[in-house]
Design a protein around this ligand. Structure first.
Ligand code: DHB
Ligand code: MG
Length: 222
């Protein structure tokens, strides 16, 4: 099995199941033209986030790591008219790019963008009484994964769903500790989940146009 085949399968299923010329795909192309790296979730993964949000009937979503706003838009499109999504981004240029795409997609009324380091913004959200969020998507810097998960949990309720991107990192998840701060972040997240009685979680490996990686999915218990 090769990257070429994973890409071909994504292309085959994408053509059938995911409209190619949506506002979202235009936004993705615009992000590349603006020089942003190609690190958004893939269309298939974006649609997975969208479906999870709908399946869960989520009305409030927290996203940690807006980047270009691509996943933000997939999530926001799953919300009811009175839904609310708060998304946090520390990169000012990324946040500006995202704001333009979210506006163009007609989703600005659902999205509250917060610009700043997540570990500064999250305590502010808690102080404001924001949450609990029905669903949280964590897709920010990888060493921060465990700390962001702790905050997602603090801003959750029993039944909340927490999804974390990039937890397999091309399989490096099983490398020894100390090889790479991103790997250490993903490993520390798993250690934390193993010891956390309030959540039930699984990690699902994924392949596709954007390579080999995976999501952690967790539900918060009583
Ligand atoms: C990177 C970040 C991501 O969130 C991702 O999905 C893939 C790559 C990165 O920073 O390299
Ligand atoms: Mg990611």
């Amino acid at each position: 099995m090769s990257q070429e085949q994973w890409t071909a399968v994504d292309s085959y299923t994408g053509k059938l199941l995911i409209p190619q010329d949506t506002t979202l795909e235009r936004a993705s192309r615009a992000s590349r033209e603006a020089g942003l790296p190609d690190v958004e979730v893939s269309p298939h993964q974006g649609k997975l986030l969208h479906l999870l949000t709908r399946i869960h009937g989520a009305r409030t979503v927290l996203e940690i790591g807006t980047f270009s706003g691509y996943s933000t838009m997939w999530l926001a499109r799953a919300l009811p008219a009175d839904g609310k999504l708060i998304t946090i981004e520390s990169g000012i240029l990324f946040a500006k790019e995202a704001a333009a795409h979210i506006e163009e997609a007609g989703l600005a009324h659902l999205v509250d963008q917060r610009v700043g380091k997540a570990l500064d913004v999250l305590p502010q959200l808690a102080a404001e009484g924001a949450g609990p969020f029905d669903l949280c998507f964590i897709d920010a810097d990888k060493p921060g994964m465990p700390e962001y998960f702790r905050w997602a949990l603090a801003l959750s309720r029993p039944g909340s769903v927490i999804v974390v991107d990039n937890v397999v990192l091309g399989g490096s998840l099983v490398d020894s500790a100390g090889t790479d701060p991103a790997v250490d972040g993903a490993r520390a997240l798993h250690d934390m989940l193993a010891a956390e009685p309030r959540v039930s979680a699984t990690t699902v490996q994924t392949v596709g146009a954007k390579g080999y990686d995976g999501f952690t999915l967790a539900v918060v218990g009583e």
